[in-house]
Design a protein around this ligand. Structure first.
Ligand code: NAD
Length: 395
């Protein structure tokens, strides 16, 4: 593909990492669309003062800045060949609707990471804007862990994954796009067979809500001193591992039901949670004998604590507004639950985790087993976009 201009949408951790990483491998124009608060001004300052973002990686320091920064969608996007939306999932839909009117007819636009249900929302928007020639794509996960240490100045980039999956629509563009991204990011991007794989194989939707449920069900009001805050992954007990196994098995049941209906649909990459851990962290898991041991002996997960908020001097409560729930439930597990409903598959473990964690977030998605809670419109379930037949999600 002829890609001369890449536009990034977002000014958070992921965007800070993407600017220096792409700059290292791509000679064309990097444009930044930043309509949020005063973020654009911080990056415009970099350009004006001839300064750079410093990215600290295990292999050394990268220095880079975008070529152009704008609060205006037209200015930032009109010559883009490739647009990467690297934002929390709640911001995907309105960002896409802001930029779509200005994109070139054959531009490509996608999310990094996609989470679940991006395809339903994006295809509906393309239709509404009569921009069906635009290709869409999504990444299975963000390839790094990254944290801004100084806004528009410094970012830490850690834990690069060996490879990351990408799905696109139409599927015919996936392979070439994956090759392009492999060059632009300097790591292996593998094409996935369809966007349904992306939604179902979103492992964050299992791991994050599943572990939160295991750690805090029945302990919601327990206060912790800083040093006693539970380890998140190392805190996976046998019981939590059983919950995770049930969640993963239900996703597999949905996958099998879909494959029975449509044997040519390739969902071979929707693998079990344990298989995913062993594939992704083959070098850092010391004991792979059980799902629990894959979490607690994984070096990549060591030392990470559960999300907490400080309530009084030195005491903390579980943070139920953390992204592990506010993103992975409405843009993850609820979407999978909705796909299960279309496929006619029961999901008791998924229902229990959604119901309990929604209560913690003061949200309601499932009511008496129906996807009709008051907050269901703030999700990306296919039914919200008029899809009522399971065959309409098998693309
Ligand atoms: P972030 O919280 O740093 O993103 C914040 C940015 O989102 C802001 O700077 C702004 O540009 C935008 N934003 C926030 N509120 C907005 C609003 N109301 N309207 C418009 N824009 C708004 O997020 P991140 O860490 O960059 O993560 C991006 C995605 O990557 C998320 O889905 C996250 O779960 C995922 N992810 C991040 C990491 C990581 O290490 N940072 C790792 C894995 C996955």
């Amino acid at each position: 593909m002829d890609i001369n201009t890449i536009t990034l949408c977002g000014g958070g951790n992921a965007a800070h990492a993407l600017i220096p990483i792409i700059r290292t491998h791509f000679q064309g124009t990097i444009s930044l669309f930043l309509p949020y608060k005063d973020e654009a001004e911080h990056f415009q300052f970099l350009i004006r003062e001839d300064q750079h973002i410093k990215a600290y990686t295990p292999k050394g320091v990268l220095n880079a800045r975008p070529d152009r920064v704008s609060k205006s969608a037209a200015e930032a996007c009109q010559d883009a060949d490739l647009v990467i939306i690297s934002l929390p999932a709640f911001a995907h839909e309105f960002t896409l609707s802001q930029i779509l009117p200005f994109l070139k007819p054959n531009a490509l636009v996608g999310t990094m990471p996609a989470r679940s249900g991006f395809e339903y929302s994006a295809l509906r928007l393309l239709q509404d804007h009569q921009r069906e020639a635009i290709g869409i794509f999504g990444f299975q996960t963000l390839p790094w862990a990254c944290r801004i240490t100084h806004y528009a100045r410094e970012v830490d980039i850690l834990g690069q994954k060996a490879s990351v999956g990408l799905a696109a629509f139409p599927h015919s563009i996936s392979e070439e796009l994956a090759d392009d991204f492999t060059r632009f990011l300097g790591l292996t991007i593998t094409p996935l067979p369809n966007m349904l794989t992306l939604s179902l194989a979103n492992v964050g939707q299992l791991i994050h809500p599943g572990i939160m449920y295991g750690l805090f069900k029945g302990q919601e009001d327990c206060k912790y001193r800083k040093e006693d805050i539970p380890y998140f992954y190392q805190g996976v007990t046998q019981e939590t591992a059983r919950t995770l196994e049930h969640l993963s098995a239900e996703v597999r049941n949905v996958t099998q039901a879909l494959q029975t209906r449509n044997p040519v649909l390739d969902l071979s990459q929707v693998i079990s949670l344990k298989e995913w851990l062993l594939t992704t962290y083959s070098d850092s898991i010391a004991d792979s004998s059980s799902l629990q041991s894959c979490f607690v002996t994984n070096r990549a997960y060591q030392g990470l604590r559960a999300p907490m908020k400080e309530i009084e001097d030195g005491y903390f409560l579980p943070d139920f507004q953390a992204r592990y729930l506010t993103e992975d439930i409405p843009y993850g597990l609820v979407v999978t639950r909705a796909i299960a409903q279309l496929a006619g598959v029961q999901t008791p473990a998924i229902d229990e985790v959604i119901t309990t964690t929604s209560r913690w977030m003061h949200k309601s998605y499932l009511e008496r087993g129906e996807l009709c809670g008051k907050d269901i419109q703030d999700t990306r379930i296919p039914q919200k976009y008029g899809i009522q037949d399971v065959k309409d999600i098998m693309f």
